[in-house]
Design a protein around this ligand. Sequence first.
Ligand code: ATP
Ligand code: MG
Length: 190
Amino acid sequence: MLYLILFGAPGSGKGTQSDLLVEKYKLTHLSTGDLLRKEIASGSELGKTINEYISNGNLIPDEMMISMLSAHIDNTPATAGFILDGFPRTVAQAEALQNMLEQREGAQTQLVDLEVDKDELISRLLKRGETSGRSDDNLETIQKRLEVYETKTKPVNDYYKAKGLHACIDGMGTIDEIFQRIVKALEGKI
Ligand code: ATP
Ligand code: MG
């Protein structure tokens, strides 16, 4: 079973590329952002707490995120594998995932890192903000999210590089160009 980690800054196109990858490889898409937004929409107390973090451009605390994610994986029927979109976002989350997968026979991991220029990220997110209704797609929160990405999330790259499970993808260009680059990088691994 493959656990494909789609990695990259906010606005790098993880959600967009996930949809294409799901179709091609019949993987199950697991987006922590979607999971969290669903919890917010349910109106629960947990959702209210989550909303505070997201609207301020902060990450959800690791323990909360890890337990939500592992419960979700456990409750999802097995397919060819998973696309993890938005997880892990800290080194602590990467370690927790590694521990979780070590207990699953035949689990394979691969990280695909979508590299996109900062100006392009900001312009994509501002454009998405015009229609997404997301509380975090405004300039102030975008800047905070990019800062959090640099300090807390980017180090996850090194964790997977050290294990030889890291592929770097140029995330600039058309959706299809980027998709073809990912497919090429996954050749022989999927
Ligand atoms: P993209 O545009 O590439 O899909 P994104 O950063 O805009 O990425 P989401 O992945 O939907 O959007 O995440 C939205 C917010 O949810 C994050 O800014 C963060 O607050 C929270 N979040 C999502 N995943 C995690 C995680 N693994 N750990 C902590 N917080 C998370
Ligand atoms: Mg997303």
